[in-house]
Design a protein around this ligand. Structure first.
Ligand SMILES: [Zn+2]
Length: 149
């Protein structure tokens, strides 16, 4: 996987999804989430023979470099597309199209907060289409760079 911003930095800068959070107070149940600007950075699969149509999102904060707040996997196609690719795991397709925490990557004590925010606020139809377009542009850029070698 390669970050979208490493391949198409200007577009990524312009079109990354950010959320400004005012911060939450600490409670007995939850630690305090600092007020900050949080970004959902996009990563895509760089295997051109694979057409997985997913994005891997890493949530980071402008004011807290180095910390990963959540790692989220998401697929913008219909559930049937992912079910066909993974017939042995029909339930996984459901998680893919809703967005889910990636079990193989870094999470934090706030992962659930950012997954919830993703599902309820960040993921709307324009964003779904934006990710699909970014995936296409990402692959076109990979092809272009390989041809230039
Ligand atoms: Zn792939």
């Amino acid at each position: 996987m390669i970050s979208f911003h490493s391949l198409l930095p200007e577009l990524a800068q312009r079109e990354v999804r950010c959320v400004h959070l005012g911060g939450t107070p600490e409670s007995a149940a939850k630690p305090a989430l600092p007020a900050d600007e949080y970004a959902y950075l996009e990563y895509y699969c760089n295997d051109l023979n694979c057409d997985c149509r997913r994005v891997f999102l890493e949530v980071v904060a402008r004011g807290q470099p180095g910390k990963i707040f959540a790692s989220i996997g998401y697929g913008w196609e219909k559930e049937s597309f992912y079910r066909q690719r993974m017939p042995w795991a029909p339930d996984e397709a459901k998680g893919t199209v809703r967005g889910e925490l990636d079990p193989l990557n870094e999470q934090s004590e706030f992962s659930e907060v950012f997954l919830d925010l993703f599902q309820r606020v960040v993921l709307d139809e324009p964003y779904r289409l934006r990710l699909r377009r970014h995936y296409k542009l990402f692959r076109e850029e990979l092809v272009r760079r390989q041809a230039a070698k």
